[in-house]
Write a protein that binds this ligand. Structure first.
Ligand code: ZN
Ligand code: ZN
Length: 216
């Protein structure tokens, strides 16, 4: 199995455990955790702490509901009766993501957004948005900065940027401090799950015009 080198921050895992993340970010966290034993173990320890705190609280009923709803994203996955089209461990899309897409990668309803890149925006509530992106091997995304947080989880292939290389299971946590130009590695198409809570900051005029139509 491919070794995961880029993980979620404690802050993200704690917020997820507390049920305070927007749905789009929760989906990225749940999907990474489903691929990553290390983050799953850290998450379990935060859940244990959270559970102990809830035990002392007067607002147990509300908080437990929120916690349960959040945990359902990962924990319920193996227990829920899966639709017949949910694929097994060799799937490109891990189980939490397959539930949004309604199947594995062949069920994704891609739309071309130029330069051979395709995207599929997933339906989530809240202020953040999340999309699947498919970038041809060797192609670059326009260089951009961030007004908020961007989580990018690689599902197939790999990309590189000014920070490092990101392969399957790796997650890049970008914020206002990072300006980068992700480039898909030569070879297989790079498929990522990307969540943002604010529009990206593009440098060039063409990407800025395209941004209106793509909604990224
Ligand atoms: Zn991890
Ligand atoms: Zn970015």
């Amino acid at each position: 199995m491919n070794e995961i080198r880029h993980h979620l921050t404690d802050g993200l895992l704690m917020s997820y455990s507390a049920g305070t993340l927007p749905e789009a970010f929760s989906l990225v966290v749940a999907t990474h955790v489903s691929l990553c034993d290390e983050c799953r173990a850290r998450m379990d320890s935060f859940d244990a702490v959270g559970g102990a705190l809830l035990g002392d609280s007067d607002e147990v009923s509300v908080s437990e509901d929120a916690l349960e709803a959040t945990m359902a994203l990962i924990d319920a996955a193996p227990q829920i009766v899966q639709p017949a089209n949910i694929s097994g461990p060799d799937a490109i899309l891990p189980a939490p993501l397959q539930q949004y897409v309604g199947g594995d990668a062949d069920a994704i309803r891609w739309r071309p957004i130029g330069g051979g890149v395709r995207q599929a925006v997933l339906d989530t509530g809240g202020e953040a948005s999340v999309r699947l992106l498919a970038i041809p091997g060797g192609a670059a995304m326009p260089d951009h900065g961030h007004r908020g947080m961007e989580l990018t989880l690689v599902l197939q292939g790999a990309f590189r940027d000014e920070e490092d290389r990101f392969g399957r299971g790796d997650v890049e946590v970008a914020n206002e401090d990072l300006h980068h130009t992700p480039v898909a590695e030569e070879g297989v198409e790079c498929i990522c799950l990307a969540a943002t809570d604010a529009p990206l900051r593009f440098k060039g005029i063409i990407p800025r015009i395209a941004q209106k139509f793509i909604g990224i």
